[in-house]
Every structure is written in C-alpha cells, then in structure tokens.
Design a protein around this ligand. Structure first.
Ligand code: HEC
Ligand code: HEC
Length: 97
C-alpha cells in the first residue's frame, strides 16, 4: 500500500488543479437530461420501443385514417421521411403516392 501514496498525492493535485474537486458536484446538478447519456434511455429502440403490438404505428396510423404504407416503411421513422421530409407544416411531400 505504501507504494501507492505518492500516486494518490499526485492524483489529488491533478484533480485540484483541474478543478474537478469543486466541479463534479456542481456539474451533476447542471447536467441537461440527455436520455441514454445523463439519464437512462427509456426508448433505446426509438419509436418501436413504445410502438409495438397494439401500440404499433401501423395500428396508430390506421386509427388516424392514414394512407396505406404497407411495403413502403421498413425502418421507422427513417422510411416515414420518404413522404414526410420537407420543413412544411406536416412535412408531407406533394409527390406522396
Ligand atoms: C416513450 C414512448 C414513445 C415513443 C418512444 C414514441 N411514442 Fe409515439 N406515442 C406514444 C404514446 C403513449 C402515444 C399515444 C397513444 C394513444 O393515444 O393511444 C403515441 C402516439 C403516437 C402516434 C399517434 C398520434 C395520434 O394522434 O393518435 C404517432 C403517429 C406516433 N406516436 C408516432 C411516433 C413516432 C414516429 C415515434 C418515433 C419518432 C414515436 N411515436 C415514439 C409513445 C411513444
Ligand atoms: C406513402 C407516403 C407516406 C408515408 C410512407 C408515411 N406517410 Fe404519414 N402521411 C402521408 C400523407 C399524404 C398524409 C396526409 C397529410 C395531410 O393531410 O396534410 C400523412 C399524414 C400523417 C399524419 C397526420 C395524420 C392526421 O390525420 O393527423 C401522421 C401523424 C403521419 N402521417 C405519420 C406517419 C408516420 C409515423 C409514418 C411512418 C411510419 C408515415 N406517416 C409514413 C403520407 C405518408
């Protein structure tokens, strides 16, 4: 254990110089909520973390009387952009078929 003492002393100096001692508690309070980075990610698979089964987007969109997207959307939400891609209100391309 004795051999570690110089290292511990050196590390303490480095931390003090770097401002870590004071910064760590303050930073913990100031951290923005970034799911998956500063807090648990409750939707690690994106939309389909929640939208499966009865909650599937296929069901949700059917309830909204959305046009049929069978065969057009494999990857959610990336493939939704094939129609929903411009910055307009609903971001629906006028060429949507
Ligand atoms: C954390 C869970 C969660 C995630 C992640 C999530 N949703 Fe939802 N979504 C919901 C809930 C809850 C509702 C409301 C369901 C209801 O009304 O029955 C909803 C409703 C919807 C609806 C229907 C809206 C309506 O007016 O009925 C759509 C469309 C939708 N989500 C799309 C998406 C898309 C696209 C993504 C990914 C970019 C996404 N959601 C990610 C939970 C989630
Ligand atoms: C084939 C083209 C196409 C694809 C693919 C598509 N949409 Fe749409 N979507 C439309 C069109 C067209 C409208 C109607 C726009 C309007 O009324 O202004 C619409 C409307 C919507 C609305 C509004 C519905 C309402 O009545 O309020 C939601 C929400 C939506 N789409 C979600 C999605 C999601 C989520 C995906 C991917 C899973 C998706 N769409 C994929 C064409 C598409």
């Amino acid at each position: 254990m004795r051999a570690l003492e110089p290292w511990i002393a050196a590390l303490t100096v480095v931390m003090a110089v770097g401002g870590w001692m004071g910064a760590v508690p303050a930073a913990a309070e100031d951290l923005p909520d970034l799911p998956g980075i500063t807090s648990p990610d409750e939707a690690p698979e994106g939309c389909v973390s929640c939208h499966t089964g009865a909650m599937s987007l296929k069901n949700k969109l059917a309830a909204l009387k959305h046009r049929n997207i069978d065969g057009k959307v494999e990857v959610i939400p990336d493939d939704c952009k094939s129609c929903h891609s411009s910055p307009s209100t609903r971001a629906v391309a006028s060429t949507a078929t």
